[in-house]
Design a protein around this ligand. Structure first.
Ligand code: PRP
Length: 220
């Protein structure tokens, strides 16, 4: 039986909808508190994980495959097979600053305090620009940090931009464009190639078909 890691939270509904379209057996009920759920037909086992942990479950082989955000996959730097990007979960990882802060190139920032849930990507971003940032690592509500003078800048995920706007913050730079992605444990892929290829192909087929539907001119 293959084990699939799914992210709990904002990606869950879209992930289930695409799996359903692809004909994958879905998790059997559950009240949202059960963390290991068999599929309705008993052929798959689902692990419901925190989004940031899905790449870890898959890289370590606790799950054979999973659906993750590209942002958390790059932050975790997980060595997994990445066969298919999925058409949801679009967002970006951006640097943002209080609107009142004077606008200057990021490379001219001097020892900025940067709050983030993405320390690895944030450290690399500033290091590549020769900026010695002081990282303030938080686990949520990162936008709060500049409001209470805990940080000068933030690096956080932006989807609609509403949270930034509501807190007087302005996007300064995009580090990474993100979307959902299917990931597979490398050893599992070698051991269960046929079964995993079947799952990948079914999902790829509905993703490509949907793409063709949305890009085809109306008059054809
Ligand atoms: C994410 C992110 C921003 C917000 C962005 O937080 O960290 O706070 O969503 O979305 P928006 O651009 O559509 O406003 P999430 O809801 O995952 O919760 P968290 O802050 O507790 O991590």
């Amino acid at each position: 039986m293959l084990t699939v890691a799914l992210p709990k939270g904002r990606l869950t509904a879209d992930a289930l909808a695409w799996m359903d379209r692809a004909g994958w057996p879905l998790p059997a009920g559950g009240d949202g508190r059960r963390l290991v759920v068999p599929s309705t037909d008993g052929t798959l086992s689902y692990v419901m994980a925190k989004p940031m942990d899905v790449p870890v479950f898959v890289e370590q082989g606790a799950a054979d495959l999973g659906i993750a955000g590209l942002d958390v996959l790059r932050e975790r730097n997980a060595d997994v097979f990445e066969p298919l990007r999925l058409p949801f979960g679009y967002c970006r990882l951006s640097v943002a600053a209080p609107a009142a802060r004077p606008e200057r190139p990021l490379r001219l920032e001097i020892n900025p305090r940067v709050a983030t849930k993405y320390p690895r990507l944030t450290e690399a971003f500033f290091r590549q620009r020769g900026v010695a940032a002081e990282l303030i690592v938080l686990s949520g509500s990162v936008e709060l940090a500049p409001l209470v003078n805990l940080a000068d800048l933030i690096v956080d995920m932006v989807e609609t931009g509403h949270t930034l706007a509501a807190n007087g913050l302005i996007e300064r730079r995009t580090l990474l464009d993100s979307q959902a992605i299917l990931i597979v444990n490398r050893a599992s892929y070698r051991l269960h190639t046929a079964a995993i290829e079947h799952l990948i192909d079914s999902l790829r087929h509905v993703v490509l078909t949907a793409g063709e539907r949305t890009t085809r001119p109306k008059d054809q």
